[in-house]
Design a protein around this ligand. Structure first.
Ligand code: TXE
Length: 499
């Protein structure tokens, strides 16, 4: 289907979901339901179950059994790959259904949602290959009487806690790698965007994934997310979300010393040197902060620009900002949709007020974007931003860009690294030496040169500093979900120890 010519509408009634454990849908029974309203349209679009701690216990037990009996980890990598490829085909076959739910629950533009679902299928296809490529090592240099083997084994039961900003894409950056490694999963999506995670469970089951290998339990983060992080029978937690909750997940995980992978917040610099192609750089900077309405952990929220071109560049950015198409996420022409929740909207508007109060110069935006049905924010730019201002250092998670200037390369690097975060950074220059020097000096897990927010399953993702621990995607992403075992095999007769 051509996404641009299709007519997308809000369904007449909210779609109701159970939760998914042991290869089948579980009904709500007497559990309460959560109703999710589209943040753009203000009408109910989905209803999901508020599961309990007992549901987490049950799902973890199911995932434990499925792991211990080796119904998945015992298969050859090729057979796991085949299931992942069938799942990718299943995702592609349901792309419209998934994209519509994703757009309705999160407020993101439908064309973008569709791209993220297809991108998810692409990651499953990549990870299928990784299921076959994963291997260990052998030490044949220990003498004729010894052989050393290093094998990788699946880490076990993985608790997967995911956020609302890219519900299906972030899920897809993790699930196929965890499955490729041979692990089993209990997945806890964000309570406001659970639909596509639930449908993935059905797609995986239809693709032939054995029962109990991928389970989804829905509900609140502070109740069942916390229960999953605390659970003594979970071997690893993969968490994506705020730095504050990441810290509590790490503490909750200490009970059984489970391994924890964290992808947390960011305050990512866009460093623009005077020798860059300024028009292209301005386009990238606008995309980097407006994509997903700025609710993007790798969004470039801090423009660090060379003083000699700062005024010219600021004007270029403001002119492009004014042309960003904001509006109904179901209009295929929309580039920037709604803010996910009223709480997130209030947070963003609060930071905008703080910026005004703290003395930054408002270049454009600075207000809510008018709507009768939902919450939207104008793309906003603040210049003359100094490091003491809250908008300079705290993650806003909205379409708010700050501008600070530099005169020397060292100053640019100091400002770029002047943050507790280290998730991503972009560098814009036509000088290869400068670009190379800069990418080496920036302390971040992902760096883009003359581009921004590119991804693909081949390259790993994750953060330096308080942006997280561990890496997802790529071959690194599969290895993350394995334990390494060293085995010595003695050959020939043993030299007696007891005489
Ligand atoms: O995230 P939370 P929220 C940042 C962004 C945003 C802020 C708050 O700055 O403004 O976080 O967003 C689950 N134990 N990011 O409140 O709370 C929750 O149910 C275990 C950055 O939505 O971190 C959801 O599934 N789990 C980010 C997930 O954690 C808990 C993406 C994320 O929610 C829990 C989203 C608990 N105690 C927000 N409490 C990124 N890095 O991409 C909540 N959860």
């Amino acid at each position: 289907m051509d996404v641009n010519s299709a007519v997308w509408t809000v369904p007449a009634s909210a779609r109701e979901f159970g939760f998914f454990v042991d290869g089948q849908w579980a009904e709500a029974g007497d559990r309460p339901m959560s109703e999710r309203k589209s943040p753009a349209h203000g009408v109910a679009v989905t209803r999901t179950v508020r599961c309990t701690r007992a549901d987490i216990d049950h799902a973890v037990g199911v995932a434990r059994t499925a792991f211990e009996d080796r119904r998945w980890s015992g298969l050859p990598g090729g057979e796991r790959a085949s299931v992942l490829l069938k799942a990718a085909a299943g995702i592609r076959a349901r792309v419209e259904e998934l994209a519509l739910l994703e757009s309705l629950e999160s407020g993101k533009p439908i064309g973008q949602a569709r791209g993220e679902i297809e991108g998810g299928a692409n990651i499953f296809e990549y990870a299928a290959g990784a299921a076959r490529a994963l291997h260990g090592d052998a030490f044949n240099n220990l003498g004729d009487k010894m052989l050393g083997l290093v094998t990788r084994e699946p880490i076990g039961v993985v608790g997967l806690i995911t956020p609302w900003n890219f519900p299906f894409f972030i899920l897809s950056e993790r699930v196929p790698f965890i499955l490729a490694a041979g692990c089993t999963i209990v997945s806890k999506p964000s309570e406001v965007t659970s639909a596509t995670t639930l449908l993935l469970a059905e797609i995986l089951s239809d693709a032939g994934l054995p029962d109990g290998v991928f389970n989804v339990v829905t509900g609140s983060g502070s109740e069942i997310g916390q229960a999953l992080a605390e659970h003594a029978d979970v071997d690893m937690i993969s968490f994506t979300g705020s730095t504050a909750v990441g810290r509590s997940v790490l503490l909750a995980s200490a009970g059984n010393f489970k391994k924890v992978g964290l992808e947390l917040g960011g305050k990512n610099p866009q460093v623009v040197f005077a020798d860059a192609n300024l028009d292209e750089a301005a386009d990238g900077v606008v995309f980097g902060i407006c994509f997903n309405a700025g609710q993007c952990c790798v969004g470039g929220s801090r423009l660090v620009v060379e003083k000699s071109i700062a005024a010219e560049f600021e004007a270029l950015v403001a002119a492009k900002m004014a042309r960003v198409r904001i509006g109904d996420p179901l209009d295929p022409n929309t580039q920037m949709g709604a803010i996910v929740t009223a709480a997130q909207n209030a947070t963003i508007l609060g930071y905008i007020e703080a910026g005004k109060r703290e003395g930054a110069r408002l270049v454009c935006g600075g207000e809510a974007y008018p709507s009768d049905t939902g919450q939207f924010v104008q793309p906003t730019v603040f210049a003359d931003v100094t490091r003491e201002m809250s908008i300079a250092s705290e993650e806003i998670f909205g379409p708010v860009l700050t501008i600070s200037t530099f005169e020397t390369f060292d100053e640019a690097m100091a400002i770029a690294n002047d943050t507790i975060y280290g998730l991503a950074a972009s560098i814009w220059t036509s000088n290869l030496d400068k670009a190379t020097d800069a990418f080496r000096r920036i302390r971040a897990g992902r760096v883009w040169v003359n581009t921004t927010i590119n991804n693909g399953p081949e390259l790993p993702l994750g953060g330096f500093k308080q942006s997280g621990t561990g890496r997802e995607a790529g071959i690194y992403g599969v290895e993350e979900y394995t334990e390494v075992k060293a085995t010595h095999i003695a050959l020939g007769r043993r030299e007696p120890w007891v005489s």
